[in-house]
Structure formats: C-alpha cells, structure tokens
Design a protein around this ligand. Structure first.
Ligand code: HEM
Length: 601
C-alpha cells in the first residue's frame, strides 16, 4: 500500500519519467563533450539549444519508432492498426481535456457516440502518445472477457488506482492471485441463503417506515441516498455480521426544505458512532478512488504530497480489523477443519465465517471483505436507483409490476426466493434498467501479448492490439446500439426481454447484454444482487401504490441542463442527470414522492 513521504502515488508516478529525463540529459551531455573534443569551436549557446531540445527530440523519436514498429508488426501478421483519433493538439491533449470534462459533467458517453459514427465502433484515442483503445463491439468484448481471457488482465493501471482501497483482493488482482481469491470465495455464492432474505427484510423494515414518515410530513425522499444506505447495511451484515445501521440515521431533506425539528436517531451509542465513522470513511475512500478515475492517467500528480485515501483507510481498517481478529481467534480455538467440515461451512451465514475456515491471514481476509463490499454496494445501489427512476417515470410499468407483486406475493407477505424466480416481469424491469444504465458503464482490460481483434467489417483485415495496451469497453454504449437492439433501443421497454425481440436480438447474440460482465470473471454476486434488488422493489410496491419524481427536491444545478432538450437520443428526455465515476449515479439524487396503499391520491 502507498505510505507516507517518498512513497506517495505522485512521487511513485514521477520516478519513471524523472529517470528517463535524467538519463536522456546525461546522454546528451556526454555526446556534447565527445563532439566538442572533435569540433572545439562550436559556441556554447548552440550546445545549450541542443541540450534543451534533446529531451523532446528523443521522446518524439521514441513515439515515432513505436508507431512504425506497431505498423510493421500488424502487417507481418496480416492485420491493420486500429484507426486513431486525430485531435487538433499534439498528443491529442485537446481530446483528453474534452473527454475528461465530459466525464466530469456530461451525459455518460457524450462525445463518444459522435466518434463512433465518424470512425466506427473501435478506435484508438492515443492521448499523450499512449495507445488507448475503445470498443463497443460485442465480438471484441467477448474476446477480452472469454475467448482470449488469458491474454487480457485488469492490469497495473487499474491496480495502482485502486490499490490503497482494495489491496490485492479478487476485484483488482490478476493471474494466480486472482484464481486464489476467486476459488476461495465463489462457493459461498453458489446457493441462496434464507439468512440473506432475513437481512434484506430487516433493512426494508428500517427503510420503509422512515420513508413513510417523510412522505406523511409532505417531504420528498432521495431514493438514491436511501438505496446506498440499504445496500451498505445489508452488505456489511452479510459480509461480517455487523450491521452498520446507516438506515437509522436521519435522511436528507430536499434542498429547499429546512427541517423544523431535527430528530436524533436512536441508538446513538459509541458502537453506532464508530459504525457511522466507518460508513463515512468507506465512502470517503471510494470517493477518492473515483476522483482518480475521473482525472485520468495523470491522477497521481494530484497526490504528490499525500495519498488521498490514507486517512479514510485508517478508519476503515480500525473498524474492520478487530472484527476480523475476533473471527480469527474463534477459528483458532476450534478443532482442526477437515474437508468434510469445510463442506458443511458452505452453509455459514456470513462471508467472514465462511472465509475464516479457509484462511486466518488477516490481510487476505481484510482485502477480500473490502473488495466484496466495494463490488457489491455501489453497483446494487446504482441499479436500484435507475430501476426506481424508470418506475417513477413510467406509471404504466409501475402499475403492471405492482399487479405482478400483488398476484405472486400478496400485499404483505415476505417475498421468497421462489416468488422472485417466478416474477418474469420484475426480472424484465430490472434487466431493462441495467440495459440503459448498466452500473459499470465503462470497463477496461490490458493486453499482455500483442494480439488481434476481428474487424467489425468481416471483409477487412483484423485489427492489431499491441502488447500492454489498454482496451476500454463500454456496456452502456453497446446496450444502446440500434443495430444490435432494434430501432427503439433508446426507449425504456421491459417487454423487449419478454417478447419476440428477445429471440430476435439477445438470444442469438448474448454478448450484447453485459451488465455483470461475462466469462471467467463474471460477477460472483449476480444472483445475490437480483435477490436484493427484487426484494426491496417488491417491498416498496407492496407499500406504495404510485411514485412520481419530485425534481423540486434537488438543487437546481443538479437538474438536467436546458441544452439537453435539443440533444439526440435519451439525453433529450432524461429527467435526472446521470453521471459516472466507476459506477453510474444520479447527480443530486433521485427525489420522489410516493402514495401509500389506502391513501387518497
Ligand atoms: C446489480 C448489481 C451488480 C452489478 C451490476 C455488478 C456488476 C459487476 C461487474 C460488471 C463486474 C466485473 C468487473 C470487472 O471484472 O472488471 C463484477 C465483478 C464482481 N462482482 Fe458484481 N455486480 C453487482 C453486484 C454484486 C454483488 C451484490 C456482489 C457480492 C455480494 C458482487 C461481487 C462481485 C465480485 C466479487 C466481482 C469480481 C469478480 C472477479 O473479478 O472475479 N457484485 N460485478
């Protein structure tokens, strides 16, 4: 992990270019001394100019050589280089700043759809002279995730960006280390546990009364905030058996509402305060990591003097480590574990109970728990936020889904696994939400060896991917392609997962829908996520007959800009501002009002 002083991300980042610059200048000085011995009359000013341009010259030479060798290597295997974007400034810096700005404030994917229509579905952005490929081709994504899996890894850049939060856990490791984590953790997720439904139920029982209290007082509720609390509380409980109880804290008020009486949450004990500090620190560390992704490849330069995650991680670790130590001590006091009793522990309720039977190494346990919390929490909250956004803006979908809830589960019964499996329309509603707003809209893999990807036009030569090159792929842009999903691809219509469009588009080409990724690294929490999302959506629909957006609840600067109305596609009709860091979210929240069952509209 990064530490203080000379090991900050910024200093580590600068080491390589500093070494390159120093060795180039020393080389130039040696050349000058050598040449001045042969031609002693050359004036000092000329030497200084030569010394000054030695660095940019050597850099330009290296870039040119690399481009030539890529072209030659591609030709030697009958492939062609991937088309490069041509910016107006050297090193495509204009494009870099444009995309970074769009990434910060624009509609997800803005700018790229224009590039796709000009250049095609795969291109090389080559910003700052680095090859960086972007693709939205299902065949390419299939190669990265499945058919050429061994040649594509998460890679050093992703690892360096997330290292201080994730250490070396399942989410950011590669090779043998990843196999170790995956094989250790996956069996826990292979069957549904009653205990998980108990957790969802407890969390729903905390969330729904708080919502009702707010609605009865005439206020809107930010469902994004509520779903983040719901997924934090449920994941902490299923991971290590300690509820964070963020749902017991006070919910935010709409931006224009000043609460008359500030209610003090119950259970304001030392334990509750520590849990709250953990929740804040975990969010702080995740935010610092998301800022790194947002700043692009130069992020370490913004962390020259300190690692921005460090203070947060000290609080996170101080909270988790005693819980882990306690579990380790209990495990060590148990009789030794043979294979048969290990098999029985597949039924353990918490992931920690299960993991501690397999290793008592506290670093591995910490990394695994933090990795899974990171993988589980924001993704599920994001999917819930956009599912609820669509339900709020499509009353006919809300009514039809509520009908299914009342028919299959009833108005008060607790949803079961069998209910959820049986609710085809609910699954279609969730899938359609993930199609238009996949929680992880962009993802990346790095090539290990040079390879090729098929050309989108089969009549053309395959495309050459050099070794150690980042390939970014976008589920979001692919999920909205009209040539893959039909002319109504930008519309929200859950029926496309039920009617003849399913057989026409998705069944013959399953790689066009990848909210959970695919291949050996497919999300291990997929079923858990469907259960959790379904559970809380059912509970909400049992309790409320309708839901509408309450845009006045959110600060004006977080509402969709007026200029969006004249844009093309979904951007023109969006009622919220979708933004992204690693996951998608609604800028300013998702403010809604809901009508209780039995209440007059
Ligand atoms: C709707 C909710 C979720 C979505 C959309 C989602 C999506 C994803 C995606 C796209 C990946 C691939 C990341 C990559 O390889 O770059 C992934 C991996 C992963 N997910 Fe999920 N996820 C969700 C919920 C969960 C939950 C609830 C858990 C655990 C309880 C979980 C655990 C994991 C883990 C451990 C990985 C890493 C797998 C590996 O690298 O082998 N996810 N998820």
């Amino acid at each position: 992990m990064f530490s203080k002083g000379l090991d900050t991300p910024g200093i580590l980042f600068l080491r390589r270019p500093a070494f390159y610059a120093a060795s180039t200048i020393v080389g130039a000085i040696l050349c000058i001394r050598f040449v001045s011995k042969i031609w002693p009359g050359i004036p000092l000013s000329l030497w200084l100019v030569l010394l000054g341009i030695s660095l940019p010259l050597s850099f330009a030479g290296r870039v040119k050589l690399r481009q030539l060798s890529t072209r030659r290597a591609a030709a030697s295997i009958g492939a062609r280089p991937i088309p490069c974007l041509q910016g107006k400034r050297v090193g495509n810096v204009d494009l870099m700043f444009k995309f970074l700005e769009i990434f910060r404030t624009g509609y997800p994917g803005d700018g790229l759809d224009e590039v796709v229509s000009d250049v095609g579905t795969i291109f090389n952005t080559r910003m700052l002279f680095e090859d960086d490929i972007i693709t939205i081709e299902p065949n390419h994504i299939k190669a990265l995730l499945a058919t050429d899996f061994d040649n594509f890894e998460k890679g050093d850049k992703f690892r360096a960006t997330t290292l201080s939060l994730l250490g070396t856990g399942i989410f950011n490791s590669d090779g043998e280390m990843w196999k170790f984590h995956r094989s250790m953790t996956r069996p826990f997720f292979t069957h549904d546990r009653i205990s998980h439904f108990n957790i969802f139920d407890r969390c729903a029982d905390e969330a729904i009364p708080s919502m009702k209290a707010r609605f009865r007082a005439g206020h809107a509720v930010d469902l994004q905030d509520l779903m983040l609390r719901f997924t934090l509380d449920s994941s902490s409980e299923f991971l290590f058996g300690h509820g964070i109880h963020s749902l017991r804290g006070e919910l935010p008020y709409p931006h224009n509402t000043r609460p008359e009486v500030k209610s003090v949450p119950d259970g304001d004990t030392a334990e509750a305060k520590t849990a709250e500090a953990f929740a804040r620190a975990f969010a702080g560390a995740q935010y610092a990591i998301s800022q790194r992704f947002r700043m692009g490849p130069m992020w370490p330069l913004f962390e020259i003097s300190k690692d921005n995650t460090k203070e947060h991680m000290e609080v996170v670790n101080a909270y988790i480590e005693p819980i882990l130590q306690n579990a380790i001590n209990k495990q060590k006091a148990r009789p030794s574990t043979d294979d048969a009793s290990l098999q029985e522990t597949l039924d353990e309720d918490t992931l920690l109970d299960y993991l501690v039977r397999r290793t008592t190494d506290i670093t591995i346990l910490r990394d695994e728990v933090v990795n899974i919390m990171t993988a589980a929490r924001d993704t599920t909250a994001s999917t819930l936020t956009f599912t609820l956004y669509f339900l709020a803006t499509h009353p006919q979908v809300y009514s039809r889904l509520r009908e299914e809830v009342l028919t299959k589960v009833g108005s008060t019964s607790r949803p079961t696994y069998d209910n959820i499996r049986d609710m085809k329309y609910l699954r279609a509603v969730i899938n359609e939400s993930m199609r238009l707003f996949p929680a992880v809209p962009f993802n990346v893999r790095d090539s290990i060896k040079a390879t090729t990807l098929p050309s989108p036009n089969p009549a053309e030569k395959p495309l050459y991917v050099p070794a150690r090159t980042s390939v970014t792929y976008s589920a979001l842009l692919m999920h909205r392609r009209k040539d893959l999903w039909g002319p109504d691809a930008e519309e929200y219509d859950p029926d496309r997962f039920l009617d003849e469009r399913l057989r026409k588009y998705l069944t013959p080409n399953p790689y066009i829908f990848l909210p959970f990724n695919a291949g050996p690294r497919i999300c291990i929490g997929q079923q858990f996520a469907y259960n959790e999302i379904s559970f809380i959506v059912i509970r909400l629909l049992q309790n409320f007959t309708s839901m509408t957006l309450s845009p006045e609840g959110q600060a004006p600067e977080t509402r969709p800009p007026a200029a969006w109305a004249s844009a093309e596609g979904r951007k023109a009709i969006e009622k919220i501002c979708p933004r992204m860091h690693v996951t998608l979210y609604s800028y300013g929240g998702l403010w809604v009002k809901m009508t209780e069952d039995g209440e007059a509209c």
